[in-house]
Design a protein around this ligand. Structure first.
Ligand code: GTP
Ligand code: MG
Length: 369
C-alpha cells in the first residue's frame, strides 16, 4: 500500500514533524521523523490538523459502466457484512472458524474443511456475512476504488497480549472508513488473560467500553472454548439492525472481488461479494479488466448455486482472466457489452501505463482546504 513519511506529511501541512509525532503518540503510534505511515493513519492525522485528504478513486474500475439508479420501492433488507481485523496471532481465523463450526448443521459437518475468505452464518434466523481480514493492502485498495464492503468491523484483541501495532492500524482503518467497531477480547480462557487491561488500552485509543460510559461494545470471547460467541453474534445483529441495511435484489449484480486465483483445472476463480442485485448463472460480467460469462457459482458450503443475492459471498467461474482483490464487478446486459467494456479498460490501462505519470502516489492525495 501507499505510505508517506512523517517528515513529508508535516511539510505538506506546513507543520513541524514534532507536532505530528506528538499527535501520532496520542493515536497510539510511536513514530520517528523518517517513519512511513499508511494512508489511513495519514488521513486521520491530516484531519486532526484540519486538512482534508482526497483519496483518489481509481476511475478505470468504474469506467464505461452505466450506474443503475435504484427505485426505493425495490430496496429490501440485506444481511450485514462483517470484517474481522486485528493484530497477528490474536485469533482472527480461530474465531471465524469457531463461529462457523458452531453454525454448521449436523448434515454439513465433516464436509467443510476448505478455507475461503468469506462465508455466511445464520443466527436467530438472520444471516451474517463474514470476511476474514483481506489484509490491509487489499482493504486500502478497496477504499481507493471507492468500494465499501464492510458494515461492521470486529476488532480481535488477545486478552493476554493487549493492544498491539496492528490493532491500532485496524482501529485507524475502521475509523477512516467510518465503520462501527465491535471489540472481541479473545483468549479469555488463558490464565494470563487481562481483559480489563485491554479495555484500558482501548480507551487510550478512543474506544471507550460501554461498561465505562463509552459507546464501544466489548465482548469477552474464547475461540478455544467458544465462550461468548453467542453474545458476539447478538451484538453484531444489534449493531446491524440500527444500520437498516438494504439492497435491490432485482437489478443486475454489482459487488467486489474478495480474492481471486488461477486454478489449474477450473481457470480463473474469483470469490466475490455480491453487494446489490442478484448474480445468476449465464450473466455477463466485468471485473476490473477481466470479463466473462458466469459458468458456475459455488457457495461457502461448497454447493453449486444458480443465483446469489445481496451480501452473498460466492465463487465465480467463467472469467477470462484473474481479477484483482478489491476490483469491482458488474453484471451487464450481454456478452458483447462485457467484452467491449473490458477492451476499453485494457486500452485505457495501457495508455496510462505508457504515460507512467498516472501512478497514484500519496503526494497526490493531499490537498489543502
Ligand atoms: P494471523 O492470521 O496470522 O494474523 O493470526 P490470527 O489472528 O488469525 O490468529 P489464529 O487464529 O491463527 O490464532 C493464533 C494462535 O492463537 C493459534 O495458535 C490459536 O490456536 C491460538 N488461539 C486463538 N484463539 C484462542 C483462544 O481463544 N484461546 C487460546 N488459548 N488460544 C487461542
Ligand atoms: Mg488468520
Amino acid at each position: 500500500g501507499d505510505t508517506i513519511s512523517v517528515k513529508d506529511l508535516a511539510m505538506k501541512m506546513n507543520k513541524s514533524a514534532g507536532e505530528l509525532i506528538k499527535k501520532l503518540m496520542g493515536l497510539g503510534v510511536m513514530a520517528t521523523i523518517n517513519q512511513e505511515v499508511d494512508v489511513e493513519t495519514a488521513e486521520i492525522l491530516a484531519n486532526e490538523f484540519g486538512f482534508e485528504v482526497d483519496i483518489k478513486v481509481d476511475e478505470s474500475t468504474y469506467d464505461f459502466i452505466e450506474e443503475i439508479e435504484d427505485d426505493p420501492a425495490d430496496l429490501v433488507p440485506r444481511p450485514c457484512v462483517v470484517t474481522v481485523m486485528g493484530h497477528v496471532d490474536h485469533g482472527k481465523t480461530s474465531l471465524l472458524d469457531a463461529i462457523r463450526e458452531s453454525n454448521v448443521t449436523a448434515s454439513e459437518a465433516g464436509g467443510i474443511t476448505q478455507h475461503i475468505g468469506a462465508y455466511q452464518v445464520v443466527h436467530d434466523g438472520k444471516k451474517i456475512t463474514f470476511l476474514d481480514t483481506p489484509g490491509h493492502e487489499a482493504f486500502t485498495a478497496m477504499r481507493a476504488r471507492g468500494a465499501q464492503v464492510t458494515d461492521i468491523a470486529i476488532l480481535v484483541v488477545a486478552a493476554d497480549d493487549g493492544v498491539m501495532p496492528q490493532t491500532v492500524e485496524a482501529i485507524n482503518h475502521s475509523k477512516a472508513a467510518e465503520v462501527p467497531i465491535i471489540v472481541a477480547i479473545n483468549k479469555i480462557d488463558k490464565p494470563d488473560a487481562r481483559p480489563e487491561r485491554v479495555m484500558q488500552e482501548l480507551t487510550e485509543h478512543g474506544l471507550v467500553p460501554e461498561e465505562w460510559g463509552g459507546d464501544t461494545i466489548c465482548v469477552p470471547v474464547s475461540a478455544k472454548t467458544r465462550e461468548g460467541l453467542e453474545n458476539l453474534l447478538e451484538m453484531i445483529l444489534l449493531v446491524a439492525e440500527v444500520q437498516e441495511l438494504k439492497a435491490n435484489p432485482k437489478r443486475l449484480a454489482k459487488g467486489t472481488v474478495i480474492e481471486a486465483e488461477l486454478d489449474k483445472g477450473r481457470g480463473p476463480v474469483a470469490t466475490v461479494l455480491v453487494q446489490t442485485g442478484t448474480l445468476k448463472i449465464g450473466d455477463s460480467i466485468v471485473a476490473g479488466t477481466a470479463y466473462g460469462k458466469v459458468r458456475a457459482m459455488i457457495d461457502d458450503k461448497g454447493r453449486r448455486v444458480k443465483k446469489a443475492g445481496p451480501s452473498t459471498p460466492v465463487e465465480v467461474l467463467g472469467l477470462s482472466d484473474v481479477p484483482q482483490a478489491g476490483d469491482i464487478f458488474h453484471a451487464v446486459k450481454d456478452d458483447k457489452t462485457a467484452k467491449t467494456i473490458s477492451e476499453k479498460r485494457l486500452a485505457k490501462k495501457r495508455e496510462e501505463e505508457l504515460k507512467a505519470t498516472t501512478k497514484v502516489s500519496l503526494d497526490d492525495l493531499f490537498k489543502q482546504i
